[in-house]
Design a protein around this ligand. Structure first.
Ligand code: PEP
Ligand code: MN
Length: 363
């Protein structure tokens, strides 16, 4: 299989055993006490390996708390010394990089607002050159896998081999129960294209509130993601940033304890049955593609026929009737209505495109 990046496997530099790696800590470092109290509690949770806290905060509006800045570097170092947890913070420009490298921070991450801008990512990549610090790259705000991969590529080309992608959800114009819609198909596609790259899921920024966190965390595990980043504050109601989504260390402990960790492969009997079922699926997919090809060839014939008889391509009445009948049909067979609608829409779009091609053919 092709690899996208030249990277060191995560278990070589962040050993988490067969459990997902958990990064936890406040959205922002606010005071030495808040940082230390939170870190001491988190260090008691075995799955937590890394302590996070934002020092320079990207805020939507000015005149809101923009982080404690340089002062927090020492607090993080104290966390590392007293608890043994690794420490990480966000870098958004070369000055931040210089400061974290000098201070001895263990890992950094690039935030969603930085990743949207290739100029910023390139500047950070240049500043990271020559260091071996692990770098985590959050997805950009907009649902664009290429920008995300481009940022990872810039970091990797700067010689950084310890890399992680963080899935923190995407801005979405439609109404959604999430602050940032998970659009799982995007991190799944990233994993498919670049299986060597670990992906850590950030349920806090996906949910924007606390009540769905465990659902997203479980989904991340079920989709074989490699870890979780969760915002934890010793007193969430006093938090200066992202107050609605932060949980207490006790809450995190319960959430992690409640996760159902699944094995990626089972015993031989299980494997055999799985293989059998998978080969059934392979056959069915092949049939599905054959049938779609047959449909398209008939669509082409209809296109020629319409062209000869000078009839328009889009026959709305016919299309509405197809739509209604197929949806009813699919629902009777237990298929989800939305799913059939989406499927029919893309088949219809492709059919129209093919007929347009037939109409434009000059022969
Ligand atoms: C954060 O992790 O606190 C943060 C600002 O995240 P994001 O860049 O994903 O919005
Ligand atoms: Mn936050």
């Amino acid at each position: 299989m092709e690899h996208c990046f030249d990277i060191d496997p995560m278990n070589q530099w962040l050993p988490c055993g067969d459990k997902p790696c958990v990064i936890a800590g406040p959205c922002s470092a606010e005071s030495e006490e808040q940082v230390m109290e939170t870190a001491r509690e988190l260090a008691k949770i075995p799955m937590v390996k890394v302590f996070r806290a934002g020092l320079w905060k990207p805020r939507t509006r000015p005149s809101t708390f923009e982080g404690v800045g340089d002062a927090g570097l020492d607090w993080l170092i104290r966390v590392k010394q007293e608890t043994g947890l690794k420490i990480t913070t966000e870098v958004a420009n070369p000055v931040h990089v210089e400061k974290v490298l000098k201070a001895g921070i263990d890992m950094v991450w690039l935030g969603a607002r930085t990743v949207v801008n290739p100029f910023s990512v390139q500047e950070i990549a240049e500043a990271l050159k020559g260091s071996e610090i692990p770098v985590m790259v959050k997805n950009p705000l907009n649902p664009d896998l290429t920008t995300w991969m481009g940022a990872l590529e810039r970091i990797n080309r700067a010689g950084i081999k310890k890399m992680v992608a963080i899935h923190r959800g995407f801005s979405f114009y439609k109404h959604s129960p999430y602050r940032n819609d998970p659009m799982w198909e995007i991190p799944i596609e990233l994993k498919r294209l670049c299986p060597e790259l670990p992906v850590i899921v950030d349920p806090s920024h996906i949910c924007g509130k606390t009540d769905l966190l465990h659902v997203i965390a479980q989904r991340a595990i079920d989709l074989e993601m490699n870890g979780l980043m969760i915002e934890v504050h010793i007193r969430p109601k006093d938090a200066l940033t992202d107050k609605q989504q932060q949980i207490t260390p006790v809450h995190l402990s319960g959430l992690l304890f409640g996760l159902i960790l699944r094995k990626t492969s089972g015993n031989a009997e299980f494997q055999n049955l799985l293989e059998e079922l998978r080969s059934e699926i392979d056959k069915i997919d092949q049939q599905l593609i054959d049938i779609i090809a047959q449909r398209m060839s008939i669509v082409d014939q209809i296109g020629h026929y319409k062209r000869e008889n000078k009839i328009t391509i889009l026959q709305l009445k016919r299309w509405n009737q197809i739509f209604r009948e197929r949806i009813e049909n699919g629902e009777e067979l237990g298929l989800n209505r939305e799913f059939i609608m989406k499927l029919l829409e893309i088949v219809h779009q492709e059919s129209i495109q093919r007929q347009i091609n037939v109409m434009n053919d000059n022969d």
